[in-house]
Design a protein around this ligand. Structure first.
Ligand code: SAH
Length: 232
C-alpha cells in the first residue's frame, strides 16, 4: 500500500500525546572521542548534512542506516501495516527507517534529549508524522504498550563492548537481556533484538525458552552486528 493511501489510518494514531521537551536544543561540539564516528556520519545518516543532530552517546549507539533499513525490511517491508514499538529509540536511527518503511512507530527513550534529537532527525527524513515520541522508562511503560512488533536496541555499555570476547546478555543495560526480552514478550511475541556481533549465541538461543511453547528464533549476522529476530 502506498504511503498516501495509509495516511488516513495514520492520522488517527496521531491523536496520541507527544511528549517532546520544549527547551531549545544545543548541539555538542565534535569531541576527539566521537570524531571516529563523525567520519562515518553518512553511513549513520545518509542525510546527515540536511540537519541531523547527535549527542555523544548518540554517536556511539546509533544504528547505521543500512542496518536499520534491514531491520525494517525484516518486519515485512511495509507489506504488513502495523505499529512498531522502538523501546530504546536513541537519536532515531531505527525509528526513522521503520517509519519510512510504512510502519507507525512508538519511539521511547528515557533521556529527554534523545527524544528531542530523534524528533529533529525524523523531520529531516520527513517522517515525523508517523512517529509518536515518548520520554519514559520502557520498563514502566511496557504494560500500557500495544504494538505488532517490538524492537529492542538496548545500550551495549558503550564502545568498550568491542573489547569483550564473549558478550553475555547480562552486560546489556539498563537490565540484562533476559529481563528485557521477558518484558517485551508481554507486548507481543514478534520481537527484534539488536545485539553486538560478539554476543554469546547460546544465550541468545536460550531466550526462546523464556516462553512456553518456546518461540521460534532466527539469528541474522551482518558484517558489523548480530541481529536476533523472533519469528515475525
Ligand atoms: N537504536 C538507536 C540507539 C539506541 S541506544 C538509534 O539507532 O539511534 C539505547 C538508548 O536506550 C539510549 O538512547 C538510552 O537513553 C536509552 N535507554 C536506556 N535505558 C532506557 C529505559 N529504561 N527506557 C527507555 N530508554 C532507555
Amino acid at each position: 500500500m502506498a504511503r498516501s493511501a495509509r495516511s488516513k489510518k495514520r492520522k488517527r494514531s496521531k491523536q496520541r500525546v507527544k511528549a517532546i521537551p520544549e527547551e531549545p536544543f544545543k548541539e555538542e561540539p565534535i569531541s576527539p572521542l566521537v570524531r571516529k564516528y563523525w567520519l562515518q556520519r553518512y553511513s549513520l545518516f545518509s542525510r546527515y548534512d540536511e540537519g541531523i543532530k547527535m549527542d555523544e552517546e548518540g554517536w556511539f549507539s546509533v544504528t547505521p542506516e543500512k542496518i536499520a533499513i534491514s531491520h525494517a525490511q525484516r518486519c515485512g517491508g511495509g507489506v504488513v501495516i502495523g505499529v512498531v514499538i522502538d523501546c530504546f529509540t536513541g537519536v532515531g536511527g531505527n525509528a526513522i527507517q521503520f517509519a519510512r518503511m510504512g510502519y507507525h512507530v512508538v519511539a521511547i527513550d528515557i533521556d529527554p534529549r534523545k527524544v528531542q534529537l530523534a524528533s529533529n532527525n525524523a523531520k529531516v527524513y520527513g517522517v515525523e508524522d508517523y512517529i509518536d515520541f515518548i520520554v519514559g522508562d520502557f520498563f514502566k511503560l511496557a504494560t500500557s504498550l500495544k504494538g505488532d512488533v517490538v524492537f529492542l536496541s538496548p545500550p551495549w555499555g558503550g564502545p568498550a563492548y568491542r573489547t569483550i570476547k564473549n558478550f553475555t546478555l547480562d552486560l546489556l543495560k539498563p537490565k540484562d537481556g533476559y529481563s528485557i526480552f521477558q518484558v517485551a514478550q508481554k507486548i507481543t511475541p514478534n520481537i527484534i533484538m539488536f545485539l553486538p556481533r560478539n554476543v554469546d549465541l547460546q544465550q541468545v538461543e536460550e531466550l526462546s525458552w523464556l516462553s512456553s511453547p518456546p518461540l521460534n528464533i532466527e539469528i541474522y549476522t551482518c558484517r558489523l552486528k548480530r541481529i536476533m529476530y523472533n519469528a515475525i
